[in-house]
Structure formats: structure tokens, C-alpha cells
Ligand binder design. Structure first.
Ligand code: G6P
Length: 362
């Protein structure tokens, strides 16, 4: 089956536009009124588990970091996070009350696969969140939850990331029910918000046009900082990674509150700040961090539902009542911004230099 671009300029663009459909697919059959069901999981998987350890590489590592916020906040379970290539060699302590969770689009990334085998050998229960059925990781792990993103062709991952975060949000509610850390009513409220995600990631033509226009200011300069707090920090990391991968511009993701501890020294008009300013999570705190950067003359592109007068560019997201919906809206914005910057620079978005879709060697 030959994948087609269906009129899009690049597979990455097509895949950004597909997110609404693949998120619906990923939710399908898994949401009840006030509980999440995973038919593929044995109900005893979480018995005796006091900690979740998440391990991945690249974009999957960023979705894992998002998950660490959700598991601690909603499931009230201690969660730790590991980069696979580090975990492999640092002689980690593994205790049997830990559920080891590997995250991978392909299920073949060598470092992640190896950590899964290590955890299994140490007697830990293992789970993989994966996009490819029957991949090596799915075969090794005790249990698997499949993201249903379909084949992802773009080397820069988009829809796989989106479905991973959706799976983690569902899994955090699944565990919250087991642990009683959220009430039925709270879970029901989350589920109705989850159902709204597909409509919030649909690309709006006007917004895409706006991002195309905005992108022309961000082609040079000496660097980008994507900044956010809380779960918007991993989204900032992911935004910066997307930009690096396909534009070859230097970009960093940073916790907004940490800028004053060093990076703000770089601020000048050629330093581009992409600010994630959710209305429903630490808005005032994040805003004041962006104001500090603006006062030092950094060029600011703010992404928010609240107009921000200190911004040089403002990309408005749809009004929504949940920070998780803001998360998904902003995810689409940072993906499109990277795409448009890369296209303006004349790069091959789908085949960025030096990168491979799946890294099966160390
Ligand atoms: C490669 C890809 C990245 C991906 C990473 C992990 O570096 O270029 O886009 O995030 O591998 O891949 P995985 O398949 O394990 O999610």
C-alpha cells in the first residue's frame, strides 16, 4: 500500500491534519460514562504497584514526561521518567513494586527495547505503549496498549505523540479508578473532556494561514526558547524538538520559571521566545516569566486564548475550559509553526538530514 500525500505538501502536514481522526480512533471503545476500559489489560496489572517508571527516546520521551504529570496529579502514584540510552548504562535500582512502561511509536528503538528487556529480567511487570502491533516491544512486554495513529511517514513525529498523550490521559484515569484517587464524577468530567479532544485538534484554515504569516519573522535569529510550565513544559520540549528536526535552527524547550536562572542572559531581539500560556494552568506565573523576557527585548510569539499585549506575535487558540484541551490546541500550533518555518527555509520536511524514523542501532 503506497502512502499518498492527498494534496498536502508533506506527509508531516497530512499527519498533523489527521490527528483528529486518529485520536478518535484511539479513544474508540475505551470510554464509558464514568470509567476508562482497556480490554487489553489484565485487571491485576496494577496489583502491588506503588510506582510507575516511564522510559523512552525522542518524542516518545516527551509524551512520557507529560504522562508523569498526569499520573501524579490524577492517579496519585509516584512516577519516574527515564531516557532509555541513559537508563541502560547507569545501573538503575529496580524494585518489584514498580510497573515499567516503555513508550515507542515504532516498537523497535534499540535503546528502549533493551531497557524493557532489562526491566523484565529484573522481575518487574512491564507495559508498552506502542503504535505498531506485533513489534519487538509489543512481543517482549507483559502488556501493551496500542495507540491507533496509523502509519506515520514523517520523520518528525506528530500524530503518534498526540495519541500517546491521549492514551496516557486515559491510563491515568484508569489507575485513578483503581486507586480511588478521583471520584466517579471527576472521572466522568475528564471523560467528557477527552471526547472533545478530536474537535479541538482539527486544523482551522484561518489559524493555519495565520501561522504561515507569523512564521516569516522566525527564520533567522540566534535561537528559540519554547517555554511553558507544568505539562506545558514537555510540550515546550516537543515544540523545540520539532523545530530542530526540520528547520535546523537551534531551539530549546525550557520550564518558564527557570529562564531567570541563566537562559535569560541570551535575551535580545534575535532571541525568539515561543510562549505557551494556558489560561487554566498557572497563567499568571507563566505570563510574568514571559514579561521578563519581553522586558529584555526578546521577540515573543505567544500562544494563548487570552490576548497578550507584550507579544510581538500572538496566535490565538479556541476558547476552552480545560488546560488539557489547551494542551492539544497548542500542540497543533507548535507543529504547524515548525512545519511552516521549515517550508519557508526550503527544507525537505519529511526527510530531514541526519535523522532516521526508527533508530534500531545504539
Ligand atoms: C527517532 C525518530 C523520532 C522518535 C524516536 C523514538 O529518533 O526520529 O521521531 O521520536 O526515534 O522513536 P520511537 O519509535 O521509539 O517512538
Amino acid at each position: 500500500l503506497l502512502a499518498q500525500k492527498d494534496g498536502f505538501r508533506f506527509f508531516m502536514e497530512k499527519e498533523i491534519y489527521e490527528q483528529s481522526v486518529v485520536i478518535s480512533d484511539t479513544l474508540m471503545g475505551r470510554l464509558r460514562e464514568d470509567e476508562v476500559v482497556f480490554d487489553e489489560l489484565d485487571s491485576t496489572l496494577f496489583d502491588g504497584i506503588n510506582e510507575i517508571k516511564l522510559c523512552a527516546c525522542g518524542t516518545s520521551y516527551h509524551s512520557a514526561m507529560s504522562a508523569s504529570y498526569l499520573f501524579e496529579r490524577y492517579s496519585k502514584i509516584k512516577t519516574s521518567l527515564e531516557i532509555a540510552s541513559e537508563f541502560r548504562y547507569r545501573e538503575p535500582i529496580m524494585t518489584k513494586d514498580t510497573l515499567f512502561v516503555a513508550i515507542s511509536q515504532s516498537g523497535e528503538t534499540a535503546d528502549t527495547l533493551e531497557t524493557l528487556k532489562m526491566a523484565k529480567a529484573a522481575g518487574l511487570k512491564t507495559l508498552v505503549i506502542c503504535n505498531v502491533d506485533n513489534s519487538s516491544m509489543v512481543r517482549v512486554a507483559d502488556a501493551a496498549i496500542l495507540t491507533r495513529a496509523g502509519i506515520e511517514k514523517g520523520v518528525a513525529s506528530t500524530k503518534a505523540f498526540a495519541t500517546q498523550v491521549v492514551v496516557f490521559w486515559m491510563l491515568s484515569l484508569y489507575v485513578a479508578k483503581l486507586k480511588g484517587s478521583l471520584t466517579k464524577m471527576e472521572i466522568a468530567a475528564h471523560i467528557s473532556t477527552l471526547r472533545e479532544v478530536p474537535s479541538h485538534v482539527k486544523v482551522d484554515d484561518e489559524m493555519h494561514e495565520r501561522i504561515k504569516r507569523v512564521s516569516k519573522r522566525y527564520l533567522h535569529g540566534h535561537g528559540f526558547f519554547f517555554i511553558g510550565r507544568d505539562i506545558f513544559y514537555p510540550l515546550a520540549l516537543e515544540g523545540a524538538l520539532k523545530l530542530k528536526e526540520i528547520s535546523y535552527l537551534h531551539a530549546e524547550g525550557y520550564p518558564a520559571g527557570e529562564m531567570k536562572h541563566g537562559p535569560i542572559a541570551l535575551a535580545d531581539p534575535e532571541l525568539f521566545t515561543i510562549a505557551l500560556l494556558p489560561k487554566h494552568l498557572h497563567y499568571e506565573k507563566s505570563k510574568s516569566n514571559v514579561e521578563e523576557l519581553s522586558a529584555r527585548d526578546s521577540t515573543i510569539c505567544a500562544i494563548s486564548q487570552i490576548p497578550f499585549d507584550k507579544a510581538d506575535d500572538f496566535i490565538e487558540i479556541t476558547t476552552c475550559e480545560s488546560y488539557m484541551l489547551e494542551f492539544f490546541e497548542m500542540m497543533v500550533v507548535v507543529q504547524l509553526l515548525s512545519l511552516e518555518i521549515s517550508i519557508r527555509l526550503g527544507n525537505d520536511v519529511d526527510m530531514p538530514r541526519n535523522l532516521a524514523k526508527s533508530v534500531t542501532v545504539e
